[in-house]
Design a protein around this ligand. Structure first.
Ligand code: COA
Length: 334
């Protein structure tokens, strides 16, 4: 039996992808009773990107493009990966997973492949899982993707949901590193399943909670109790960041970037204010991309990475919450 040598994990490459098609607040105000002013004030969003199914775009094409970009950035190809993890709630089919179809598109066989369902926490869950699997000694390089084409699951008759969501993908290639101090130094993956009726996509009428409003009868689309989610998120988001700092003994000054799920600008601003996080350490792109669910943290990470704002040796905190309700953080020494 070979002895397992402790190892660390490095981020070998990063990539992202967003659709070309823009859906602005002005566009939405022509489709429903809302306004640019209301949306910007309550959410911080001005526009979002959405896939064009007529051009064959969807979760699969976006996720594949992001993974390909991450591989290019790493100077690698699909066959260099030994596992692909795709975090999403909008994969086209449940069987096969889109991870398998991404593997096919990128010629990655016989790499393992599976999807993770943790809603907006998906990318952070997936990067935590990947780090642990590499440290176990079983895998050497793992492609991690967070991607949602939320426009395929949004009910555009429901104005409180329709304004929030957009489509995007972020991906990283993680690789074994000799330095055990490198990679994820602390992780949180938690959930409170009792709260699931705040955010869910029913497939059949039996899935709909007994006390749901008649609007909730629309199957296959995201149902959300915005006020409940807001109350949950505004506390949990701050708590999970604080817990990550406390557990690692790090201070805000030690952290180069807090890479936060882009849910609502007010939720991020509240955490910033309560924890004293400076503007230049909390990247915001919700104005341009809305909430892209599992895509959001990976997209932010990639934009920071490509801009040279995340460098080797930096401490970076990834943090997200989402349907389930789930929440997650991942503290990295890059
Ligand atoms: N345009 C105009 N008015 C709207 C609207 C829209 N798009 N959506 C809702 N409203 C109305 C409501 O009908 C309500 O009207 P009423 O007072 O006459 O009943 C009023 O605005 C206030 O609604 P409320 O739900 O209290 O608004 P809010 O300030 O909580 O903002 C959300 C709504 C959805 C933006 C907010 O609750 C939110 O962001 N929640 C968290 C959602 C989230 O993060 N989800 C993803 C989790 S990963």
């Amino acid at each position: 039996m070979p002895t397992h040598v402790p190892c660390g994990v490095r981020i070998a490459g990063s990539g992202s992808a967003v659709p070309d098609k823009r859906l602005t607040n002005e566009d939405l105000s022509k489709m429903m009773d809302t306004s640019d002013e209301w949306i910007r004030q309550r959410t911080g969003i001005s526009e979002r990107r959405i896939v064009d199914p007529e051009k064959g775009e969807g979760q699969l094409s976006l996720a594949t493009a992001a993974m390909k970009n991450a591989l290019d950035n790493a100077g690698m190809v699909g066959s260099d990966l030994d596992l692909i993890i795709n975090a999403s709630v909008t994969s086209e089919m449940t069987c096969p997973s889109n991870a398998c179809r991404i593997s096919a598109a990128l010629d990655a066989a016989p790499a393992g492949a599976f999807d993770v369902l943790a809603a907006c926490s998906g990318f952070v869950y997936a990067i935590n899982i990947a780090d642990s699997l590499i440290r176990s000694g079983r895998f050497k390089s793992i492609g991690v993707i967070g991607c949602d084409a939320m426009s395929t699951a949004v009910d555009y008759d429901d104005r409180s949901v329709a304004i929030l969501f957009g489509d995007a993908a972020g991906a990283v290639v993680l690789a074994r590193d000799e330095d055990p101090g490198r990679g994820c130094i602390h992780q949180v993956m938690e959930a409170d399943g009792r709260t699931w009726p705040s955010l869910y996509i029913p497939r059949k009428t039996e899935d709909i909670p007994a006390n749901a409003s008649p609007r909730d009868a629309r199957l296959g689309t995201l149902r959300m109790d915005g006020r409940e989610v807001y109350k949950f998120a505004v506390t949990q988001f701050k708590n999970v960041i604080k817990e990550s700092l406390d557990a690692t003994g790090l201070t805000v000054d030690d952290v180069a970037q807090f890479v936060c799920h882009q849910s609502n600008i007010r939720i991020i601003e509240s955490a910033k204010e309560k924890l004293g996080l400076p503007d230049d350490k909390v990247y915001i792109n919700i104005d341009k991309f809305g909430n892209s669910s599992a895509g959001s943290v990976g997209l932010c990470f990639d934009q920071l990475w490509q801009a040279g704002k995340i460098k080797e040796g930096d401490i970076v905190v990834l943090v997200a919450f989402g349907g389930g309700m789930t929440w997650s953080s991942s503290v990295w020494k890059v």
